[in-house]
Design a protein around this ligand. Structure first.
Ligand SMILES: N[C@@H](CCC(=O)N[C@@H](CS)C(=O)NCC(=O)O)C(=O)O
Length: 240
């Protein structure tokens, strides 16, 4: 069960983490696509954690994040004495810590591909990220379609088609929900905001993703957030 706490001190958080196990530091749910991945994975796999939300684009954002990680980015996982930053490192740590939950697919070929597409998502798709930033509360049909973003949409579609047909059995990318789905959850949200037209099988995957309880919960909490992030909103206004 998560409890949300906004901007506590590091000592307070470390103290709670020692008692409660894991604390995930995230940004605003509306905008923070990187935060969404481990949060969705932990929620989907029933890994208990406390949540600390640090608001992005505030005068104290950098200092708040620096209390946890000198990388200056969220998400950050506080695991007892350990600090783990970066969404992929966090998910790998969780997969190691909870082997019985099978956060990655069990089949070796499926797992290799799940890792490949997650790593590709993690290190690529910069045009999609910059031209179509995540803002769950917004509806911006047709915006952000730069040639680069179109290319990225094509590549995401290709990945999804291959995973769903080879391993997904028309459920999640590798059948059961996995870290790979958590990594593509923010893309599903972007496709929703910017009304990206998809082949029926891919739209059906997006619908299943949005119906997944972990994603549905992140979305409803994002929609309930009153805060805005001015720099992120500027990026949205500049999307053409
Ligand atoms: N590679 C990192 C990227 C994390 C990242 O860029 N996070 C953004 C928010 S979504 C951030 O913390 N930005 C700092 C800021 O806006 O001040 C990861 O996967 O965790």
């Amino acid at each position: 069960m998560q409890t949300t706490e906004l901007d506590p001190t590091l000592s307070h958080t470390l103290d709670s983490a020692r008692k409660a196990g894991l604390t995930l530091i995230i940004g605003n749910k509306n905008y923070s696509s990187w935060s969404m991945r481990p949060w969705v994975a932990m929620t989907a796999f029933n890994i208990p954690f406390q949540e600390v939300r640090i608001l992005l684009d505030r005068p104290d954002t950098a200092n708040r994040i620096a209390e946890y990680s000198s990388a200056g980015r969220v998400p950050v996982l506080v695991a007892g004495e350990m600090i783990i930053w970066d969404s992929l490192a966090i998910c790998e740590y969780l997969a190691e810590q909870f082997p019985e939950k099978h956060l990655w697919p069990q089949d070796v070929a499926a797992r290799a591909m799940a890792r490949s597409v997650s790593a590709e998502m993690h290190s690529g798709f910069s045009d999609l990220r910059s031209a179509m930033p995540m803002s769950i509360r917004d509806s911006l049909p047709g915006r952000g379609r730069t040639p680069g973003a179109q290319g990225d949409i094509g590549r995401v579609s290709e990945i999804w088609e291959e995973c769903l047909s080879r391993f997904g059995h028309h459920q999640f990318l590798f059948g059961e929900f996995s870290i790979a789905d958590a990594f593509f959850a923010p893309v599903v949200m972007r496709f929703r905001t910017y009304h990206v037209a998809l082949a029926p099988a891919l739209q059906a995957y997006c619908d299943r993703m949005q119906a997944h309880p972990a994603i549905a919960r992140w979305v409803s909490e994002a929609l309930a957030e009153p805060e805005t992030a001015p720099r992120h909103d500027d990026d949205l206004r500049n999307a053409f």
